[in-house]
Design a protein around this ligand. Structure first.
Ligand code: GDP
Length: 445
């Protein structure tokens, strides 16, 4: 996500950082590069113009000229301007303030990820907010659509409205709300039909459903990979039916990020959630300040901690942490840790959230970032005896050969794992000395 922009911007700031005090011409040149970087990332032209003008004004008017670290000063100004463009600080939460069952209307073009997103939101509300959610498909256009939603609901562990053939979308919406009231649901998610392109019939249908149900949220689902088309779609929907929030899907495949950066300014509608994968838990809140941090390579520690808190087994994590603190961490614990990391999803996604990792990732190329390394380590550890796992120091040449043969790897692979384990142990000793707070400070500076 945002690799294009992130790479280019860090180049601009690196250039500035090498200089002493900046002249107005230096700032102008840097702004020209920022402008090109944003256009390359497919950000809408009016947004780019506005952005660059704001940054230039603040940079020239403030202490940047003549400042001791002008690169940092400009980066701070760009960071603030990015946050503004992305919609201001803080996520905009879903509005569920209505008499239950609260209707949420899902709209968008076909293939945008609307149905999948309906399932993701249902899962999120059910698990995080303990809401009783009813999913209903109003899509009478595609024959399999209602069935698809029913299957998604099963996967998410939430209820779906029984399918009654022959009903119109408005009739289904009414039945969904009636069922919601009668059976005490907190939220009813209404997944409308999509079309391949925007047409009046689609908008009329959405308007009729909205009149019938008065939704608390009308969420537009758009595909980030369609770039400015996503922004145009959002404008059209917003003008025709009114949109209270945008969910941007396929952020996982979008390296440019132009749609995310243009959406708020071009449509006025806030991005509330983003989708980053096909799995039902691949849905994130949209925090402009964290996204800006990622774009500038500052990482998203808050996001990473949240993700970890959501996916990791707390008891196991605490046990591991305690062992680390006591210096008793062994290879069995390392294997447990690998299992936990694997649960958090792609390594590449995790690295994106760490400060400065963007550059390292680019240098490594994506090939080294798949989870096969972790799988190999797991295989190697399971070929060890209990004693070897407890006291890795006893693993000498002949044991290494046996372990490599047993796990279908090479002695070099075993060596690499042992070296990594050694590095980890050293790191943990350092953490113990510094205390966690000290380390965070060290990492952030
Ligand atoms: P709809 O026609 O708008 O209802 O679209 P679907 O929900 O059927 O999604 C179309 C395809 O996009 C499916 O294969 C989904 O798994 C996939 N998809 C949805 N959201 C995401 C996402 O955030 N990332 C990725 N990579 N795929 C997604």
């Amino acid at each position: 996500m945002f690799e294009t922009l992130s790479g280019k911007l860090s180049g601009v700031f690196d250039g500035l950082a090498k200089r002493g005090a900046l002249s107005e011409a230096d700032v102008a040149e840097a702004m020209r590069e920022v402008r090109l970087a944003m256009l390359d990332a497919d950000v809408a032209l009016p947004v780019v113009k506005d952005f660059v003008a704001k940054v230039r004004e603040r940079a020239v008017g403030h202490e940047v000229l003549g400042s001791i670290s002008p690169g940092q000063a400009v980066a701070k100004i760009v960071n603030d301007a990015l946050i503004d463009a992305l919609g201001g600080a803080g996520a905009v939460p879903l509005n569920l303030n209505a008499v239950p069952p609260v209707p949420i209307l899902m709209v968008g073009l076909q293939g945008s990820g609307k149905t999948t997103t309906s399932g993701k939101i249902a899962l999120r509300l059910a698990t995080r907010e303990r809401k009783r959610v009813l999913l209903a498909s109003l899509d009478t256009q595609r024959p399999a659509a209602q069935l698809q939603l029913q299957q998604l609901a099963e996967r998410a562990g939430v209820a779906s409205l029984p399918i009654v053939p022959g009903q119109t979308p408005v009739e289904i919406a009414r039945r969904a709300m009636d069922t919601g009231r009668r059976e005490g649901y907190d939220v009813v998610i209404l997944d409308t039909a999509g079309r391949l392109s925007i047409d009046e019939a689609l908008m009329d249908e959405v308007r009729a459903i909205r009149t019938e149900t008065t939704p608390a949220e009308t969420l537009l689902v758009v595909d980030a990979m369609t770039g400015q088309d996503a922004v145009n779609t959002a404008r059209a929907f917003n003008e025709a039916v009114g949109v209270t929030g945008v969910v941007m899907t396929r952020m996982d495949g979008d390296a440019r990020g132009g749609a995310a950066l243009s959406m708020r300014a071009m449509t006025g509608a806030p991005i509330k959630l983003t989708g980053s994968g096909e799995k039902l838990d691949a849905l994130e809140e949209f925090h402009p300040e964290r996204v800006a941090g990622r774009i500038l390579g500052l990482g998203d520690i808050a996001g990473l901690v949240e993700k970890a808190a959501d996916t990791l087994d707390h008891e196991e994590s605490e046990k591991l942490a305690l062992k680390m603190m006591k210096g008793q961490f062994d290879l069995d614990d390392y294997a447990a840790q690998i299992r936990q990391i694997a649960k958090m999803g792609s390594l590449s996604g995790i690295l994106d959230m760490l400060p400065g990792m963007g550059k390292i990732k680019q240098a490594m190329g994506d090939k080294d970032l798949d989870t096969s390394v972790l799988k190999r380590h797991q295989a190697i550890i399971s070929s060890m005896t209990r004693a070897e796992r407890k006291t890795p120091a006893i693993i000498k040449a002949s044991r290494k050969k046996r372990i490599a043969a047993g796990s279908g790897t090479s002695v070099q692979d075993v060596n690499r794992l042992l070296k990594q384990f050694d590095d980890m142990s050293t790191m943990m000793k350092r953490i113990n000395k510094l205390g966690m707070k000290g380390l965070m400070r060290q990492g952030m500076s």
